[in-house]
Design a binder for this molecule. Structure first.
Ligand code: COA
Length: 256
């Protein structure tokens, strides 16, 4: 299985290889793992398609302390180990905060950003923390209504919740704490993001409402906004065909 290392610990990634060193790196959100991008690994593009398991998630090793900086450095480590020169970074929710943080630290590495169901600030509802602390089952129960559009295939939701249940409450608690502390509203307002940026959001997203995506679009000059109907927060799993078409169009028509 492909791994990169950070501080002597293993970080897993899933890869669909291309015959060049161009890459799109997909970063999942809180309480998730690389499998949320399974449908995106079939994108028809001449890029290496790489979905990372963040530290302590999926098949990656457990790390003692989780932070935005650690997650950001996991991407840097992957980039170095695969000798990638320029990357497109696609982040969902917490993953969006991570890719923005990466861009602010290493702008020269980034060809373009794809911001999916995310925001420049990601305050978390206190009930989420309360349930993670005192009632994990209630947290799990809230996922189907909170994270998915009501008509989403029940099997997709069930598989997702089963994976979160395996992860347990501590890692999600750390992830949501990182989201809650994330605030780059001012930096984004000042026009700090200069690379082409694709913004995608489900119309029925309750966790990162479309207002957050519209804010990106208004403040990133070279940006393209797509709001997908009948989709919630997990838009890339809920509407994979539409989602993939938007990414393929963006890369073929706006980058090349
Ligand atoms: N982009 C644009 N505007 C944003 C924003 C973003 N990413 N994040 C917050 N804002 C705006 C809000 O819309 C609000 O504007 P208003 O005063 O005009 O209504 C203002 O900034 C303050 O919002 P916020 O910082 O979120 O504080 P709050 O006390 O109003 O609400 C919560 C706090 C937790 C109730 C709210 O953020 C929420 O419902 N969050 C979504 C649910 C959640 O937990 N999501 C998880 C994200 S990982």
């Amino acid at each position: 299985m492909p791994y990169t290392e950070l501080g002597g610990q293993k970080i897993y990634y899933n890869i669909k290889k291309a015959e060049n060193n161009k890459a799109i790196i997909f970063i999942h959100g809180s309480a998730s793992d690389s499998s949320c991008w399974n449908k995106q690994l079939s994108l028809v593009l001449d890029y290496n398609l790489i979905a990372l398991d963040l530290p302590s998630h999926g098949k990656s090793d457990k790390f003692a302390t989780l932070s935005l900086e650690l997650y950001r450095e996991a991407i840097k480590s992957l980039m170095k180990s695969l000798s990638l020169e320029k990357i497109i970074l696609c982040g969902h929710s917490l993953g969006g905060a991570i890719v923005i943080s990466y861009y602010l630290e290493y702008p020269e590495d980034v060809e373009a950003l794809i911001l999916v169901g995310t925001g420049a600030k990601l305050r978390v509802h206190p009930l989420i923390f309360e349930n993670l602390k005192n009632n994990f089952q209630e947290f799990l129960n809230s996922i189907s209504v909170g994270a998915f559009y009501r008509k989403t295939d029940k099997e997709i939701i069930k598989r997702y919740i089963d994976d979160v249940a395996k992860l347990g409450p501590e890692v999600p608690y750390a992830d949501f704490s990182i989201c809650d502390a994330f605030d780059e509203l001012d930096a984004i307002k000042q026009g700090i993001i200069k690379v082409p940026t694709l913004i995608i959001c489900g119309e029925a997203d309750k966790l990162t409402p479309t207002k957050y995506s519209k804010f990106f679009h208004e403040n990133i000059s070279n940006s393209y906004l797509n709001i997908i109907k009948n989709a919630g927060h997990m838009v890339m799993m809920e509407k994979p065909n539409e989602f993939n078409q938007i990414i393929e169009d963006f890369i073929k028509n706006k980058l090349n």
